[in-house]
Design a protein around this ligand. Structure first.
Ligand code: FES
Length: 176
């Protein structure tokens, strides 16, 4: 009888420890599922534009897609100003100009590489090329990089939200 109640107690104690362990594992798992701090609910990603450096290409992520962010250097901007199809693609935040595009080739969806020495992008799949503002400079890509919906919020860019600047790009056929 005494032995039985001892077993019962041990069983409950083990059960409780296992339960606490299971809850701990669930909490740890949830932490790995949670989005990064930069990612908000409902598919919005907020980018602090002040962190980017001129001429340094950074790949961010929005809704599982790579987002190319390239703060334009004075040389890039001067080049973009020579072609309306380039300059109209740039996003101006706090007086600086940025290329912010979905980093997928508009031909068949490969991820092009930034060529720092040439200030452009090359797609290794079929040789397509894009300028530093994301405009197509060599086929087969049928158009420049697509630009994700964005809203300018002070010094930040909210991807996934439609602001007047992006709407005007869309209305003018700059992006799909
Ligand atoms: S997928 Fe980029 S050129 Fe074909």
């Amino acid at each position: 009888m005494k032995e039985n109640s001892r077993r019962g107690f041990m069983g409950k104690a083990f059960g409780a420890v296992a339960g606490v362990g299971a809850i701990g594992s669930l909490v740890a798992m949830k932490k790995t599922w949670d989005p990064l701090p930069s990612v908000k609910a409902a598919g919005f990603t907020t980018l602090d534009m002040s962190i980017y450096q001129e001429g340094v290409m950074v790949t961010e992520k929005w809704r599982g897609k790579p987002i190319f962010v390239l703060k334009q250097t004075a040389e890039m901007l001067a080049n973009a100003k020579k072609n309306p199809k380039d300059i109209e693609r740039l996003v101006e935040v706090d007086g600086s100009h940025y290329m912010v595009c979905i980093g997928l080739c508009t031909h068949l969806g490969c991820i092009p590489a930034f060529r720092e020495a040439k200030n452009d992008f090359k797609c290794a799949c079929h040789g397509g090329e894009f300028t530093a503002s994301g405009n197509v400079q060599k086929v087969p890509p049928p158009r420049g990089f697509d630009i994700p919906p964005f809203k300018i919020d002070g010094g930040k860019l909210v991807l996934g939200e439609v602001g007047p600047e992006w709407q005007s790009m869309k209305d003018n056929g700059v992006t799909l």
